[in-house]
Design a protein around this ligand. Sequence first.
Ligand SMILES: NC(=O)c1ccc[n+]([C@@H]2O[C@H](COP(=O)([O-])OP(=O)(O)OC[C@H]3O[C@@H](n4cnc5c(N)ncnc54)[C@H](OP(=O)(O)O)[C@@H]3O)[C@@H](O)[C@H]2O)c1
Length: 369
Amino acid sequence: LGCGIVGGGVAELLLRDRTRIEALTGVRYNLKGIAVRSVDKRRDIHDVPHDLFTSNAGALVADPDVDLVIECIGGRDAAGELVERALESRKHVVSANKELLATDGPRLFALAASGGVTLQYEAAVAAAIPIVRVLAESLAGDEVREVAGILNGTTNFILSSMHDGKSYAEALAQAQELGFAESDPTNDVDGIDSSHKLAILCQLAFRSAVTSPRIARRGITNVSVADIERAQRLNCAVKLLGVARYDNGELSAEIAPVFVPELHPFARAQGAENCVRVVGRSSGPLTFYGQGAGRFPSASAVIGDIVAAMRTIAGGRTTARHHHAKLHAAGVIKPAYDAFEKVRSEGSSYPVWREPTASATDDRPAVNA
Ligand SMILES: NC(=O)c1ccc[n+]([C@@H]2O[C@H](COP(=O)([O-])OP(=O)(O)OC[C@H]3O[C@@H](n4cnc5c(N)ncnc54)[C@H](OP(=O)(O)O)[C@@H]3O)[C@@H](O)[C@H]2O)c1
């Protein structure tokens, strides 16, 4: 479903890499169809037959021959309805849709669980960085205390350009020229996109039904050249961070510009890169960098989910996987930082990054930047 930036890459790879994917999964597959809004639109994709395209997404989802639905439309309305219909008809679903999972995720996971099918979404957070599977599987036995990071490439690009001497307006215009920012950049610069990703990370890390509207959020539109200079005088970089901590039974989460010490791993993410850092009680800190957007980085993550779903189908397993583990109610979500006024009175424009306290990582020593 959808053949834009992400869906176009997925269709190309599914057709180009068929032999390898079939060997990996033991499943022979047919790409039955590709639903789009406009069948005759010119598309920058290669070797995808035109007769696969349809404007009737509903019929494609309802096709009894379809076992797996791949949703790359985006948004909540049409995509949400189609995903819901697919899960109700007990079809596995792979989705790249952060907004849908960050708002309706808990309900959709329950629906998938009741039908005994999987709903996977690696591309929805930080595209190519495999953080969803890491939290859901590799760290499933650990207690995650903190998950934080640079979750939006557009804002990181803008802030990096401001550190190179540009004003906010100049940096935004450059990002738009290079295709890193949309003509309406609100979703990115106001932190909305980051809040969707942080909500999904909270669902995974803390098994808590956090949704994005409940996360305190501050974007980068007010970051000035003076703020950047102030940060530089303190040997810091301004980064838009999503931070979620679970400490003493309390969850705090926030999206905000933060002064990050230059030597900290977050400060190393340049341009449109993303960086996600997880602190597990036993694992200690783990840091992941990579391309958080773009056709093939996103398609790489979607194809990984498709391989996993095909293996589930091949194994005849209909029992729940990790995505079906019940989320508990989110309760109160505190902001992660003190009031910004207090921060300002202490001399910096934004909060200065602090590592989790020793209590948050149990008896392990605090990690200093
Ligand atoms: N772009 C990225 O780098 C990236 C990275 C990770 C995750 N994601 C997520 O991936 C999803 C897709 O993003 P994108 O950037 O690929 O979007 P996009 O380029 O705008 O593509 C959207 C596609 O959906 C189709 N579409 C829209 N409404 C439809 C409907 N009602 N029925 C059938 N098809 C419909 C469009 O058809 P037409 O082509 O005919 O208009 C288009 O092919 C979003 O959830 C996004 O958040 C994107």
